[in-house]
Design a protein around this ligand. Structure first.
Ligand code: NAD
Length: 500
């Protein structure tokens, strides 16, 4: 008897990982599944490759990375089709994702030397006879474990910055999107063919676990908070450092002086792009009482017009992970059972493998739909009395990834008070494409930062060197110092720092 294949559900058979389209079930590709020995071999090969990659220096690495950037830019429609075929993501969304990834490769390549390269530091009173030198050296081999929902820009957020910092990378893409990962690694090999600086290992979660224990110098993990805990526990055994980019339950706050049409437009896009399968997707909205009804009307009006289907031009594609449909259904059912109302969609909107836009209002704060990651094209909009209640509701979450604020007079102040890594004011999700800005969360959303200067430093270790330039006038670090030297140190410190 042959097992029935669930469309989109990856499976391993005869040593191959097989991926398929989440709606049609059409097979996309077969990729050799790695076992523990293959993962270990990849890390060993990466170790040798990293020595070469470090040796060619910043300028050569920048040239190679910029060539990869150009190759991806020139072939972005091809990659968008691969994304559409394997994950079901609409082509337009795929193009936007690739554009952001290209920006990140470009930024990391251009800025690695400035951010990580050698600099002299200023000296202090008791170290005046020394010069100080700081540089950020590569870690060696970085293991990158990726999710399926943004299978290009998410891993690139670690891979590009790790490579620019001088590391070799072993990449374990999600089992739902191995073909997309393979495309990235193959194109990199077209511009860096000499050594396996970027390798891929395919498989289910056990392959990610094997990578955690394979002696890499850091794991950059992006995925669910639950798996993030398992990754951290595994890495604790070898004190392997980890970067955790995990889930979210991001909120939008709509103040009473907000541009409501703009807020509604951003809310619908932020909540429903990629069929709501975004770590930084807007899943909850807190709207001040005075503008609540008008805002809900504007959101429903826009969300109702979204097209759903498998046509590459449809605005919402299928739910990529078949099992996620049950989570979305549970959240909607539970919200309605608790007194919430569906003003668009609702239980009937769940038609696997699709979920049609759903807007829920008056949902009690303790419902799953208001607290857990839903990962579907649904949004909960709740009324609040004032801005303090909006902020308190927003921050009453174990997650803290991103968020959005719409308003004028106090929007920035509100953004500062949100407990999260990023907030966009008068837009949604924009920080993800901002190469200069760090990206990462707090609480169950993880820790560490990708993107920007912090993202480069995440994949390097600070190396401090001191160099003696002259004999010490105030000798501190020697047994040869005399009582008179110590008295001079006391006097100097008092004169310099004793005044208030
Ligand atoms: P997931 O946790 O199921 O899987 C992520 C990756 O971890 C996959 O490659 C998987 O094979 C691997 N994995 C599974 N078990 C493992 C183990 N024991 N050890 C090591 N690796 C293991 O997540 P997912 O469903 O692929 O992605 C969706 C989740 O990712 C959502 O929660 C979303 O919010 C989050 N996400 C976060 C960000 C961010 O930047 N914070 C970005 C995208 C997605």
């Amino acid at each position: 008897m042959t097992a029935v294949r669930i469309p989109g559900q990856p499976e391993v058979a005869d040593g191959f990982l097989i991926s398929s389209h989440p709606a049609t079930g059409a097979e996309v590709g077969r990729f050799p599944a790695a076992d523990d020995a293959a993962v270990a071999a990849a890390v060993t090969a990466a170790r040798a490759a990293s020595a070469w990659w470090v040796g060619i220096g910043h300028a050569q690495r920048r040239r190679r990375l910029l060539r990869w950037r150009s190759l991806i830019a020139n072939r972005m429609t091809e990659l968008a089709e691969v994304i559409n075929r394997e994950g079901g993501k609409p082509v337009a969304d795929a193009v936007v994702e690739i554009a952001a990834a290209v920006e990140h490769i470009d930024w990391a390549a251009h800025h690695a030397k400035r951010v990580l390269g050698h600099r002299r530091t200023r000296t202090r009173l008791v170290t005046a006879e020394f010069s100080g030198h700081l540089e950020y050296q590569p870690l060696g081999v970085v293991g990158v474990i990726g999710p399926w929902n943004y299978p290009v820009v998410t891993p690139i957020g670690s891979i590009a910055y790790a490579l620019a910092a001088g590391n070799a990378v072993v990449f374990k893409p999600s089992e739902y999107t191995p073909g997309i990962g393979q495309w990235l690694v193959d194109t990199f090999a077209e511009v860096v063919g000499e050594h396996p600086v970027l390798q891929i290992v395919h498989g289910l979660g056990d392959v990610g676990a094997a990578l955690c224990g394979a002696g890499v110098d850091k794991i950059a993990f992006t995925g669910s908070s639950r798996t993030g805990r398992a990754v951290m526990a595994a890495c604790a055994q070898t004190l392997t450092p980890v970067l955790i980019e995990a889930g979210g339950k991001d909120a939008m706050i709509v103040d009473d002086d907000a541009d409501l049409e703009a807020a509604a437009e951003a809310c619908v896009w932020g909540a429903m792009t990629n069929a709501g399968q975004s770590c930084i997707g807007i899943e909850r909205v807190y709207v001040l009482d005075a503008v609540h009804d008008a805002f809900v009307t504007a959101v429903v009006d826009r969300a109702a017009r979204l097209s759903v289907g498998t046509d590459p031009t449809d605005q919402l594609g299928p739910i990529t992970m078949p099992g996620q449909v049950d989570v979305i259904r549970r959240h909607i059912d539970d919200a309605i059972a608790a007194g919430g109302r569906a003003v668009l969609g609702g239980p009937a909107a769940v038609r696997p493998p699709f979920v049609h836009p759903t807007v829920l209002v008056d949902v009690p704060h303790d419902c799953a739909a208001a607290r857990e990651e839903t990962f579907g094209p649904t949004v909960v909009i709740n009324r609040v009395a004032d801005i303090d209640e909006a902020i308190a509701r927003t921050n009453d979450s174990r997650y803290g990834l991103g968020g959005a604020v719409f308003g004028k007079r106090r929007a920035i102040a509100v953004a500062r008070r949100i407990r999260s890594g990023m907030v966009s004011v008068n837009s949604a999700l924009t920080f993800a494409g901002f190469s200069e800005l760090p990206f990462g969360g707090v609480g169950d959303s993880g820790f560490g930062r990708i993107h920007g200067e912090d993202g480069l430093k995440e994949f390097a270790r600070a190396k401090a060197i001191t160099y003696r330039r002259a004999p010490s006038l105030l000798p501190t670090t020697t047994f040869d110092r005399t009582a008179a030297d110590v008295a001079r140190i006391v006097t100097a410190i008092r004169l310099r720092y004793g005044r208030w």
